[in-house]
Design a protein around this ligand. Sequence first.
Ligand code: ARG
Length: 457
Amino acid sequence: MRKPWEGRFKEKTQEFVEKFTQSVSFDKRLALEDITQSLAHIKTLYEAGILTQEEMLTLQNVLEDIKREIQEGRFVFSEELEDVHMNIEAELIRRSGEVGGKLHTGRSRNDQIATDEKLYIKKEIKECIMLLKDLRKKLVKLAENSVDVIMPAYTHLQRAQPIRLSHYFLAYREMFLGDELRFCYAYRMTDFLPLGSGAVAGVDFPLNRFFTAKELNFRALVRNSLQATSDRDYVLDTLYACAVVGMHLSRLSEDLILWSTQEFGFVELPDRLCTGSSIMPQKKNPDVLELIRGKTGRLYGNLLSLLTSLKGLPTAYNRDLQEDKEPLFDSIDTVKACIEAMNLVLDGLSLRVENMTPPFGDPIIATDLANYLVMKGLPFREAHRVVGNLIAYLLSENRSLGDIKLEELRDFSPLFDEDALSLLDPKVVADRRRTYGGTAKEEVLRQIEVAKREEGM
Ligand code: ARG
């Protein structure tokens, strides 16, 4: 097969080098974007008077045929032709003859690849945002259905203060909303068209880049041709957005894995999402969640991998930039699969409310006992010590706060009155946290309303 650039060469490319340098095995995923781009480029060439109308129509028709074959999986890509661009162009030339050779006028693969990649990223980010939205809606539904469930919040993985389970679900909804913003930012940074920048210095044909940007639905142009062919920051932004989604999913997974243990028993995962052990008959393992957590490592790795590839590059295009594709595809595939997996988990989650609910007198109400004394005039540090002593005393007696008598409380501070006993109820305590963003029922209900409105539910 003849290479488009063979004119200058006396030797055939070594077979190993062909295999080593080819990218078509993975960049063929950009084939449809490549054709979309070429169709716009053809129009730009026509507008610039470089192609006749007849030539334009011929090129368009042949490209449409090739597109159909690609969509139907009938197009054969060849590694000898290196990358997706040359595969499609070679086929166009084979079918349309001389006129096919005009397609690459005023274009380099350097601005071409960046454009394909941006078209791909814009499409995929939209899909990621849709998936995140589904996930957030599920969290809001879960929050709505668990307003009256009280559970312990943990800090340092130690029982800390009572919260509503809804509050927990809403916290993750906030994280996944932040993820949408990160994707929007990445989208915005991607939404500058490189095409028309040529190999590095711009193009000497009178191409109207603004016209091309309109055709390809880009918000604006990359304003500097060196930057247009050098830049992969938008890929980094996308990889970062994916990595943060992964981190959030991984933390949620970790909670649910812990919660599904016998020791916690807060939730039960459906059998259809779990697997068994080949040796221990009693086991039911949360593999889906473990894999979400595990795959997050790849999302971080992909970001680091591209950052590292970029750091030493001399300005403008270098072949190293080809190394951005596999991490990008992998992160997009991985993050989409992980969000979908979490969607399935949330659909199938059963809550074991009886195991979550903190008992009357659970020490997680201790902060409020101290605050009670503060309201009676004791400085907070003093109040903290008094309640600390009370807890230590109960621990040494192996007793629970739940059956403490008022007289006993008074032994620790005479400021305790009858009404202090109501604070032994974790639900009462949760409802005292009425600050904006707090866990009191009325506040959580308000947050749910806001969330529903924002999600269009
Ligand atoms: N496969 C290349 C890439 O992914 C396409 C651009 C090649 N350009 C070049 N001058 N060799 O970056």
